[in-house]
Design a protein around this ligand. Structure first.
Ligand SMILES: CC(C)=CCC/C(C)=C/CC/C(C)=C/CC/C(C)=C/CC/C(C)=C/CC/C(C)=C/CC/C(C)=C/COP(=O)(O)OP(=O)(O)O
Ligand SMILES: O=P(O)(O)OC[C@@H](O)CO
Ligand SMILES: [Mg+2]
Length: 229
């Protein structure tokens, strides 16, 4: 059982992007609470397996697969996180794909940690937004999605996703205001300690992805920014 309730910080690695051994070691030794492997497009079995093996060979830390395609699911992860896109215009991204996945794996799920994430995607230019044909929510929509994540669907995670763009702090604050038991994850455009601290004021866990590939030193600093009191 992953101790998600105690986490503050996650690094998200995209299996479609190259990362050197040196940078991967720095990321895994950074003190982050977990590594999440995931992306929207070009996620392949080989890419996922390569990252998992390189991490697990040398490091002891929680490794999560955030599943975005049925084609790239492999055993060996500590947990599998399954997005449900609450603001997609198509029910399939919220329910039907997940239903198909459960149907396929139902006899193998006993010892597998499956965690469902209620995603609300707020960056119109993000690949995930376009891919899932999402509708841009306003702040009242976000509050209502957060409420539904906790009280209607009883999801463990509500994920405010701005992938590639630094988000609106007030949106994150308002989302948090609706949540008690459901954890609030925030991801998008975190590039430095200031961003990390600002979003962590409201989110339970912050996720840093793209900046690992743009400026590793700044990205690494986000760990201490939220983990040191
Ligand atoms: C024994 C064994 C291995 C058991 C495994 C059991 C298991 C894991 C079963 C899975 C069952 C199941 C429910 C499967 C369904 C999985 C599935 C295909 C779900 C759909 C997920 C979904 C809605 C994907 C859409 C895209 C999305 C929301 C991705 C999330 C990640 C994300 C937002 C990435 C970053 O965004 P991006 O826009 O790509 O940013 P970049 O430009 O930086 O790349
Ligand atoms: O890549 P960035 O913009 O850091 O976002 C992190 C994560 O929320 C993406 O799914
Ligand atoms: Mg990606």
């Amino acid at each position: 059982m992953t101790m998600m309730r105690e986490w503050k910080h996650i690094f998200k690695l995209d299996p479609a992007k190259d990362i050197s051994d040196e940078h991967l070691d720095l990321i895994c030794s950074s003190g982050t609470d977990a590594i999440m492997i995931g992306g929207t497009d070009n996620v392949t079995l080989d890419g996922v397996e390569d990252l998992l093996l390189r991490i697990k060979q040398k490091h002891v830390l929680v490794c999560i697969l955030e599943v975005s395609t049925m084609e790239a699911i492999i055993p060996g992860f500590d947990a599998y996180y399954i997005p449900m896109v609450l603001n997609s215009k198509e029910k399939s991204w919220m329910m039907d794909i997940q239903h198909q996945g459960i149907k396929e794996y139902i006899d193998f799920l006993d010892y597998t940690e499956l965690i469902f994430e209620g995603y609300c995607i707020l960056n119109e230019n993000a690949k995930a937004f376009k891919y899932t044909n999402s509708k841009l929510p306003d702040i009242e929509d976000v509050r209502a999605y957060a409420y539904m994540a906790e009280h209607v669907f009883h999801l463990p995670i509500f994920y405010v996703e701005y992938s590639g763009k630094y988000g609106d702090v007030e949106v994150v604050k308002q989302a948090k205001g609706q949540l008690e038991s459901t954890l609030l994850f925030y991801g998008g455009g975190i590039k430095n300690s200031h961003h990390a601290k600002e979003m962590k004021e409201h989110a339970d866990v912050i996720i840093v992805g793209n900046h690992l590939y743009d400026n590793i030193d700044e990205a690494l600093e986000t760990v201490a920014a939220v983990k040191v009191k």
